[in-house]
Design a binder for this molecule. Structure first.
Ligand SMILES: [Zn+2]
Length: 309
C-alpha cells in the first residue's frame, strides 16, 4: 500500500488495524484467563484489549508480533507522537525538560556525584542532559535513530540497545517505555541484572487506574500493555524489587529497590480495574459528536508536527 493510503487507513474509524497478531498468555503471570475491557481504541478503530483475570495486567489481544509492531512504528507511530524530520517538536521538548527536572529532583537525595545512571528509552535525551548537570555519569538506550542522534548532538552517550557488559549502575530509569513492550518482564530482568545490589529502579508508565474518560480513548495500538500501580509493583516484585519508602510515589511513577518479598498476584484486581473504566459505547459517542473535538485536536497536531521543520 502506498505510504499515504496506509497512513489514511490508520485514521478510518470502526475498521481494524492491519495486523493478525497472536493470542498470548499474560506476559506477567502466564495466565490465559481474561476479562474483556474494550473493542476500540482512541482513534475509534477496532482494537481488542483485555485484562488478565489473575493479575490485572491489561494487554492487546491478539498481541501484535514483533514484526507487526516494528511495521506500525515505521509507518504510523511518528505521526502520532514522534518527530518528523530531524528535530523533536518544541512542544515535546517543553514537556520532556520539565519531566527530566522532576525525575532528577526525585533521585538526587540518594545519588552522589559520579553515580552511574542508565535511562532506558532515553528519547531526545533531556533526562541525560539534566543528570549530567548534576555530575552523574549518564548513559541512554534509545533505538529511535532521529531522537538518539539529537541527544548525541547535545553531548550525551546513547546506545541503540543495552550494550553487552553494561553497568553496574547506581540507578536505572525508564519513563513511558514499558507500556510499549511485548515482554516487559524479560526487558526488566535484563535491566536489573546491570544494577548494583543497592541500586534503585525508577519506572513510570501511563496510569490505567480509575478515570472518567471513555475507555476506548485510553487505549492505543502502540501501548500493548496497560498498568495500574499494583501491576507495576507486581512487575517489579517478579524481578525482586519493591517500592522504596525513601521516595514519594505518584501512581504508576515509582522508585524501587531490592526486596525478599515474593510476588503475589491479586485475582480480585481485574474486576476492580474494569470497574474504573468508563464503558461508553463508541457508536453513541460518534452520533453525539463526543469524538469531534478530540479528533480535530489530534489531526491538527499531526498536521502541525508533520509540517514543522
Ligand atoms: Zn497476568
Amino acid at each position: 500500500m502506498p505510504q499515504f493510503a496506509r497512513l489514511a487507513a490508520g485514521f478510518v474509524p470502526f475498521t481494524p488495524y492491519g495486523y493478525a497478531g497472536r493470542h498470548e498468555a499474560c506476559a506477567l503471570c502466564g495466565s490465559r484467563e481474561t476479562l474483556p475491557l474494550s473493542r476500540h481504541d482512541r482513534r475509534l478503530k477496532r482494537l481488542t484489549s483485555v485484562i488478565c483475570a489473575n493479575c490485572g495486567l491489561i494487554r492487546t489481544d491478539p498481541m501484535p508480533t514483533e514484526a507487526e509492531l516494528a511495521d506500525y512504528y515505521r509507518h504510523n507511530y511518528r505521526f502520532d507522537y514522534q518527530l518528523v524530520g530531524t528535530k523533536p517538536p518544541r512542544r515535546h521538548l517543553v514537556r520532556t525538560r520539565a519531566e527530566a527536572a522532576r525525575r532528577v529532583a526525585l533521585l538526587a537525595p540518594v545519588l552522589q556525584p559520579r553515580a552511574r545512571v542508565l535511562d532506558y528509552g532515553s528519547g531526545s535525551g533531556e533526562f541525560l542532559i539534566e543528570g549530567q548537570r548534576h555530575r552523574w555519569s549518564m548513559e541512554g538506550v534509545e533505538p529511535g535513530e532521529a531522537y538518539s542522534s539529537h541527544a548525541r548532538e547535545a553531548g550525551v552517550t546513547v546506545h541503540s540497545s543495552l550494550p553487552e557488559g553494561a553497568g553496574p549502575f547506581d540507578a536505572i530509569t525508564s519513563h513511558h517505555v514499558f507500556e510499549h513492550l511485548r515482554d516487559p518482564l524479560a526487558t526488566l530482568r535484563e535491566l536489573v541484572a546491570t544494577l548494583k545490589p543497592d541500586g534503585v529502579l525508577y519506572l513510570s508508565v501511563p496510569d490505567m487506574g480509575p478515570s472518567q474518560k471513555p475507555a476506548f480513548e485510553r487505549l492505543h495500538f502502540a501501548h500493548v500493555h496497560g498498568f495500574v500501580p499494583q501491576t507495576l509493583d507486581l512487575l517489579a516484585a517478579t524481578v525482586g524489587f519493591a517500592p522504596d519508602p525513601r521516595f514519594d510515589r505518584a501512581g504508576t511513577t515509582a522508585v524501587y529497590s531490592r526486596t525478599d518479598i515474593q510476588p503475589n498476584p491479586d485475582p480480585s484486581l481485574a474486576n476492580r480495574i474494569r470497574a474504573g473504566f468508563n464503558m461508553v459505547d463508541p457508536l453513541k459517542h460518534v452520533v453525539t459528536f463526543g469524538w469531534l473535538a478530540p479528533t480535530i485536536r489530534r489531526l491538527s497536531r499531526d498536521v502541525r508536527d508533520t509540517l514543522r521543520k
